[in-house]
Design a protein around this ligand. Structure first.
Ligand code: SAH
Length: 454
């Protein structure tokens, strides 16, 4: 008999979905269950029935998966911040490696034997130390039912804020910083933004820390063009050790994009500095910077290894951000070009080249897919590091027409990576090696570095 809402079934979970949800089969139909793990047998309550699949919730775990652990965070069930708190770290790494493998086969169209040959073991956190790895946190600001200001993370599939004072993935300093901002707002009756009405002032708090320098940055995203009683906030925050930069970012648009285009520095410098290896970077509020410094050095070292530079090469670094990879490679190449869409990031990249003493780099603002590459020297190596949606087809075409000897593709989404690798291999390149990196422990996201040759 067909199942309907509220029916209960016993379900063995055999797989895991893209958002970390458990997947079981009932009469040949997939059942998706948030909070269930492969290896669990559960009593499931059907919550929604679709044509060929269903959603259910865990009513009871009848027999737990061997991979199940006690979550390190007491908010893990409520908070949508990280999805894999219930899973042992070794199972998490296995799952991520499998995801890369199956996407390469399913989406990339690579034969399984080939994938088994080229796919290297995932590089996980040293000593399985998965806590406090993030150097950046973005807290939405809202109001609870009693009218108190809350800061935290959105609940799963929702824009309801779960108050989180100390996220164990993030820096300890967040506790005092967000506390000072909540106190400041309460004292001066400054309102939090309300997504429903578009009213209220404070939208988001962005906090960054340079792990090797101890520098701290705070950027308040506001729905307005000034912050009342700004001096009081500056005085509270600047007393925190390491505070180097306080800014406000203006975002008056009613959308889901966190930051607006205008940022105004109100204390210290408009940036903080950090190091990756020997290279020094200055980082502005809106610029992208890898969030897991312990793993970034390993990822970039792999990119350097894959680029296989002797000192004579020309490198194009597309989606270069603040020139992080460009400068990591610049000491080993003759010339490096960087392309990036955010103007402040390119400003940072140029400054970064200067403070590190590199005179063999050039940086350009623009979309990788629209850039006019005619003035660029012919590349020996092209590095791409796009956001989750992967490379635009026009960008892939530009890469193929430039005919580099090697392509180093750094990706934060194995699905779009596999899609793009299919195009690059059809265009005359061979996938030689792929190494997954766990940049985002406890989340479902997985990074991967790939080497292709012509
Ligand atoms: N390689 C850098 C940044 C990688 S993140 C690092 O490792 O730090 C991806 C970067 O691509 C971001 O800086 C983002 O602003 C930029 N970006 C997004 N879409 C782009 C596009 N169409 N063209 C160029 N850059 C883009």
């Amino acid at each position: 008999m067909a199942l309907k809402k509220n029916d209960e079934i016993e379900l063995k979970i055999t797989d895991i979905g893209v958002n970390g949800e458990g997947i079981g089969k009932h009469d040949g139909q997939a059942v998706f269950v948030q909070g269930a793990l492969p290896g669990d047998t559960i009593r499931a309550g059907i919550t929604k029935v679709k044509k060929s699949y269903m959603y259910a919730r865990v009513i009871k775990i009848i027999s737990p998966s061997p991979d199940r652990i006690e979550p390190a965070c007491s908010l893990s069930k409520k908070c949508g911040g990280c999805a894999l708190q219930d899973m042992s770290y070794s199972a998490e790494l296995r799952m991520k490696e499998n995801k890369v493998r199956s996407d390469l086969i399913r989406i990339g169209g690579f034969p399984a034997e080939e994938v088994d040959r080229i796919l290297k073991p995932i590089v996980g956190m040293e000593g399985d130390a998965v806590e406090r790895y993030r150097n950046k946190a973005q807290f939405p600001v809202g109001t609870d039912r009693e009218g108190h200001v809350v800061t935290g993370f959105f609940a799963n599939h929702s824009h309801r804020i779960v108050p989180v004072k100390d996220c164990t993935m993030c820096m300890e300093e967040n506790v005092v910083i967000t506390g000072a901002i909540r106190d400041f707002m309460a004292m001066h009756r400054i309102s939090a933004y309300d997504e429903e009405t578009g009213k209220g002032l404070i939208r988001h708090i962005l906090i960054r820390k340079g792990f090797s320098t101890g520098d701290l940055m705070v950027c308040l995203v506001i729905n307005g063009d000034s912050l009342p009683h700004e001096a009081d906030l500056i005085s509270a925050l600047s007393a925190i050790e390491g505070m180097r930069s306080i800014s406000i970012n203006i975002n008056i648009k009613r959308n889901n994009v966190i930051m607006g285009d205008r940022t105004e520095n109100i204390f210290g410098q408009p940036f903080i500095t950090d190091f990756i290896g020997d290279v020094k970077y200055r980082i502005s509020p809106r610029s992208f910077f890898q969030v897991n410094p312990a793993q970034t050095i390993r990822l970039y070292s792999k990119a350097l290894e894959y680029a296989s530079l002797s000192g004579n090469e020309t490198v194009w670094d597309l989606y270069c951000g603040i020139g992080t990879i460009s400068l990591f490679l610049a000491g080993h190449a003759a010339k490096v070009y960087g392309v990036e869409v955010i103007p402040e990031a390119i400003e940072d990249a140029k400054q970064n080249a200067f403070i590190n003493g590199f005179d063999n780099t050039e940086f350009f603002v623009g979309k990788a897919e629209d850039m006019d590459y005619t003035g660029f020297k012919k590349p020996d190596v092209i590095v791409v590091d796009p956001p989750r949606k992967g490379c635009d087809t026009l960008c892939l075409n530009a890469i193929l027409s430039a005919e580099p000897d090697r392509i180093v593709y750094i990706s934060c989404d194995p699905a779009t990576l596999s899609r793009d690798l299919k195009i690059l291999t059809a265009g005359g390149y061979r996938l030689l090696e792929a190494t997954p990196f766990d940049q985002f422990p406890r989340s479902v996201h997985c990074e991967c570095a790939c080497l292709l040759t012509r």
